[in-house]
Ligand binder design. Structure first.
Ligand code: SAH
Ligand code: DHB
Ligand code: MG
Length: 218
């Protein structure tokens, strides 16, 4: 990653995002527990929180918790009575996430379901539509997660997909990386879905070169 990208991310975080003992401790706990450093960057966490507030989200669904770093950003953006439902397949990640959620004092606002998301999503039908859905788990399943997101949404729901650029590999149709192919299928489905209005943005920074896809349910 470019040294300059890192410097600019630090500048942005210093100026606009600030540091927070709880969020810093969560990242430290995740690293100490051996979790992959796939948490969103601090300025991206703040972006997610701003989006949640801009859409007035009361109920948020997150697919892919890891150590709950993004989850805590989202939960803090909720009004009183709001809830983040977050899905995590890995037992160890879920255990670390529960400790971090407790550390942040957000047990009452975050419901974590452990298990492969495709097994836990069906139980969410009936728990009402979500106002915002953050898709950030195993990328080969993104096409399935998109179908679930549509089922669990209402007009106006904001769907966000993380890691949709992957060092630019997204434009390689011959990629043998099934994560890249998952993201490409995700783009294809969204492109042909009349219920969605979407765009995507490339990002550079402390997490390298990647991007977010944003889709609004019509
Ligand atoms: N949203 C987190 C990062 C998530 S990393 C943050 O920004 O802080 C992706 C996570 O998805 C990993 O913890 C991984 O274990 C989880 N995952 C992978 N496959 C999954 C599946 N089938 N169902 C649910 N979670 C899954
Ligand atoms: C990967 C997954 C992520 O969610 C992320 O933010 C970065 C990398 C990965 O699977 O490599
Ligand atoms: Mg991600």
């Amino acid at each position: 990653m470019s040294e300059k990208w890192q410097q600019v991310d630090s500048y942005i975080v210093d100026k606009l995002v600030g540091s927070d003992d709880t969020l810093d401790a969560i990242l430290q706990n995740n690293a100490r527990a051996g979790l992959p450093a796939h948490d969103v960057a601090p300025n991206q966490g703040k972006l997610l929180a701003l989006f949640a507030q801009m859409v007035g989200a009361k109920r948020i669904l997150e697919i892919g918790t890891l150590g709950a770093y993004s989850t805590v950003w989202l939960a803090r953006a909720l009004p009183e009575g709001g809830e983040v439902v977050t899905l995590e397949a890995d037992q160890h990640h879920a255990q670390v996430a529960r400790q971090n959620i407790e550390l942040a004092g957000l047990q009452s606002r975050i419901r974590l379901h452990q298990g492969p998301a495709l097994d836990t999503l069906p139980a969410l039908i009936g728990s009402g539509p979500f106002d915002m859905i953050f898709i950030d788990a195993d990328k080969p399943n993104n096409p399935h997660y998109l179908q679930w997101a549509l089922k669990l949404s209402r007009p106006g729901t904001l769907i966000i997909g993380d890691n949709v650029v992957r060092d630019g590999e997204v434009v390689n149709p011959a990629s043998d990386d099934d994560r890249v192919q998952g993201v490409r299928s995700f783009f294809d489905l969204i492109a042909e879905e009349p219920r969605l209005s979407a765009t995507a943005l490339q990002t550079v920074g402390s997490k390298g070169w990647d991007g977010f896809l944003l889709a609004r349910v019509l």
